[in-house]
Design a protein around this ligand. Sequence first.
Ligand code: ASP
Length: 441
Amino acid sequence: MGVIVAKFGGTSLSCVEQFCKVRDIVLNDANRRYVIPSAPGKRHRDDAKITDLLYLCHERAKQALAFDDIFEAITQRYMDIVRGLNLDLDLEPVLKNIKSRIREGASADYTASRGEYLNGIILAKLLGYDFIDAADIIFFDSQGMFDSERTNEEIGRRLQHHERAVIPGFYGSMPDGRIKTFPRGGSDITGAIVARGVNADVYENWTDVSGFMMADPRIVSNPKPIRKITYRELRELAYMGAGVLHEDSIFPVKKAGIPVHIKNTNVPTDPGTIIVNEAEPVCCTGGITGVAGKKGFTVIAIEKTFMNNELGFGRRLLSILESNGISFEHMPSGIDTISLVIADSQLDGKLEKVLAEIKEQLKPDSVEVYSNMALIATVGRGMARTPGIAAKLFTALGNKGINVRMIDQGSSEINIIVGIENDDMEEAVRAIYYAFVDDCK
Ligand code: ASP
């Protein structure tokens, strides 16, 4: 028998109907032995997430204000779920106890973690699985840093004795027993930790979308799904803002080489996206895996004759950025030119000072500034081995009359980044997407 660790996000467990979908999914494959729930999320756009309501209770209690109305809303959400699922489970004493602890000054982390804790109890009952409190197997050190080795050992030891279990996401405990949470969205991390601890065959991450799309659906209508992506490609696309799952949150499984399968609770038959360490070159999408764009960059382009011979030029340039507390995104260079691509948020009010320092310390022939730039990353492990990718990309942009201000192909050869005007971003993403995807129809 294999081992699947399945994490379900907040929208997958927001109400009775969603719990039923989760039950069917889990019980449909006997390998789904360890299940990690989030707290109930939004049922509709204007709804509140339980975690947010819990943080609000804590805020109110801290200011010695009443929070009964908010806690009542939380209680009702859980009671409705238990009642709707016909479970023989009395959560009232547990809820009462949580309320008193919040009133008595429980920490924000403890308070927020109860969303997952309560959902875990309900889900374990519904599935007939054991309930294991995350505080007993997920550990932080006394500084609040995640203790991966101790946790990994304890998970391996404890779960040996539990054929099937539900473990709430998002939190663990410190050496003195205090509850500590991961950053927001941290149930993804718990799932990845458990998957590593039991050496799972696959870590399933169930959410409300069918994995990654090749482009942002707000820009390209009905983009093709990405069936398989490597961690490196995910990193490149996630950096450009293509969401779903943050690469940082799955570091434990990445380290262990366990594939992550992103699936849609609402359409479980959709294939979803599998994230793997390495994968064969893509062919069905014309050599690319995805295309993503991000607005809000400035380029500082510096030219100086014989720059290539001037020892320390690059170091001095970067020191200017460092001393001004600015990090840069890219640094494409030519023989006598070097450009810095910097996010506007980094430059905030510092541009004039930086330019003055560059002129004074580096004595360049010219310094030009291009603002309102967007970056478009075209990513794909197939690119390195497929001739004609760059030609196709630039032809697509040229045909649309989009002016390319900067080109950067990282040495990784899985990414070509172009800098264009902010206003051209959507058009450019579409042009590149259709150039590659139409091609393979
Ligand atoms: N419930 C927590 C949050 O809203 C953690 C999670 O959902 O992953 O951030």
